[in-house]
Design a protein around this ligand. Structure first.
Ligand SMILES: Cc1cc2nc3c(=O)[nH]c(=O)nc-3n(C[C@H](O)[C@H](O)[C@H](O)COP(=O)(O)OP(=O)(O)OC[C@H]3O[C@@H](n4cnc5c(N)ncnc54)[C@H](O)[C@@H]3O)c2cc1C
Length: 381
């Protein structure tokens, strides 16, 4: 027998799930959030102190209005939590002059009237001396970018949701669900059975396991993050070192000033291109992982090339076009999926929570999420 029936059940209390629970509870809906591990945890995609937020979105200018709303929601959450979650350092999007990172970021700034400056490599170094990029690099500096505290953001969403009446339970794995004769959904977990009218699945790298038919649309990939102790730490403080998204010959890298734990933080998008699953992933780190990241530090941020302080694995969940998936299931509209955040989703989590609450409550949202529809993959054949 079900313990209780809820307006909504959220599967997975990570970045997206915690935000969804918060927005649902805030609207007075009864909501249950279920998390298989701890809250927060370091098994999925949201650990490692912080995540970049950038407005000069090279991937598609359509993300800019979404990011502006997401930022407002992060600031609301910050005020509610009484704790700083948003750190503004400015952001650098840099690469070769004709490359997509530089041109796309500039285009997003121009289309949406974002404050920005274009800097060549020498000017960038004179402004922010931690940077030593190739001579032909061009950079967009956008002063509103920065980083968010990722684990603290999840905690803040959960604490506010619980204060607003949500029930959140960790160490309870959702195993399956069925539509009931009455049109509700019965959710079977490792600890019991619950009923709901709407099921929101925010399971990160586990989404494919819950929806085998859609597994190819949310493909987990092993990532590694490194923190190096700078030889000149004064060049890598949040007030002197903007976060970056950097395209160079070896790949695309991202990084942060020293914050929270010792070291300058850097990662490479798609690291060694290791497709995996959360169960099979090699969570140990090795010398090759460190070497790949150190090579970029020594070349482009030589004053940060000191001893390794922390090395950690993490998971991306990639969609085929690296845009998100936020939609009702086509043949089961009471089930809503938010997945495939493809290594750039955290900054939007506050907004994805609002959108998921809209979809659960009204079946639609005022935000333009056409880029995230499931049927785009069907159209591609
Ligand atoms: C190394 C790295 C760097 C990144 N850098 C950035 C960045 O700088 N900026 C940015 O915006 N984004 C960044 N991202 C991407 C961003 O972190 C992710 O898009 C985001 O964290 C995904 O959130 P999620 O809620 O989908 O997954 P998660 O936060 O992993 O949450 C999913 C949760 O669901 C739970 N779960 C799964 N299945 C079940 C089940 N059956 N029952 C109960 N619980 C379940 C899991 O245990 C997990 O806690 C980065 C990601 C990585 C890995």
């Amino acid at each position: 027998m079900p313990e209780k029936s809820y307006d909504a059940i959220v599967v997975g209390v990570g970045a997206m799930g915690s935000a969804a629970i918060y927005h649902l509870a805030r609207r007075g809906l009864s909501v249950l959030g279920l998390e298989q591990f701890d809250i927060p945890n370091d098994q999925g995609s949201s650990h490692g102190v912080n995540r970049i937020f950038r407005l000069a979105y090279y991937e598609d200018p359509g993300y800019v209005p979404l990011m502006l709303r997401a930022r407002d929601l992060w600031l609301d959450l910050e005020a509610r939590a009484g704790e700083r979650l948003v750190h503004v350092t400015g952001s650098i999007d840099a690469g070769p002059a004709g490359g997509d990172v530089f041109t796309g970021s500039l285009e997003s700034c121009e289309i949406h009237g974002l404050e920005h400056e274009v800097l060549d490599s020498a000017t960038l170094t004179s402004r922010f001396p931690g940077y030593r990029l190739p001579d032909d690099t061009m950079a967009v500096f956008q002063p509103d970018g920065g980083f968010l505290l990722s684990e603290r953001g999840i905690v803040a969403h959960v604490e506010a949701a619980v204060a607003d009446g949500a029930v959140v339970r960790a160490r309870e794995t959702v195993r399956e669900w069925q539509v009931t004769a009455e049109g509700g959904i019965r959710v079977v977990t490792s600890r019991g059975i619950h009923e709901t009218n709407r099921l929101l699945v925010t399971a990160g790298a586990w989404a494919g396991g819950l929806f085998p038919d859609l597994a190819h649309l949310a493909a987990p990939e092993r990532q590694v993050l490194a923190w190096f102790q700078p030889a000149r730490p004064e060049l890598f403080t949040p007030d002197r070192f903007p976060v970056f998204n950097l395209a160079v010959a070896e790949g695309r890298y991202y990084g942060f000033p020293v914050f929270g734990i010792p070291g300058f933080k850097i990662g490479r998008y798609h690291h060694l291109a290791e497709a995996t699953s959360p169960e099979a992933m090699n969570r140990a780190v090795n010398e090759r992982d460190e070497h790949i990241l150190r090579a970029a530090v020594s070349r482009y941020f030589p004053d940060a090339d000191g001893p390794i302080m922390t090395l950690k694995t993490c998971l991306f969940t990639n969609s085929p076009d690296e845009h998100f998936i936020v939609d009702h299931l086509p043949n089961q509209p009471e089930v809503i999926l938010a997945a495939g955040f493809s290594g750039h989703g955290f900054k939007f989590a506050s907004l994805i929570g609002e959108i998921l609450a809209d979809l659960a409550q009204d079946g639609r949202t005022r935000h333009d999420i056409s880029m995230f529809a499931l049927d785009r993959f069907r159209q591609e054949g």
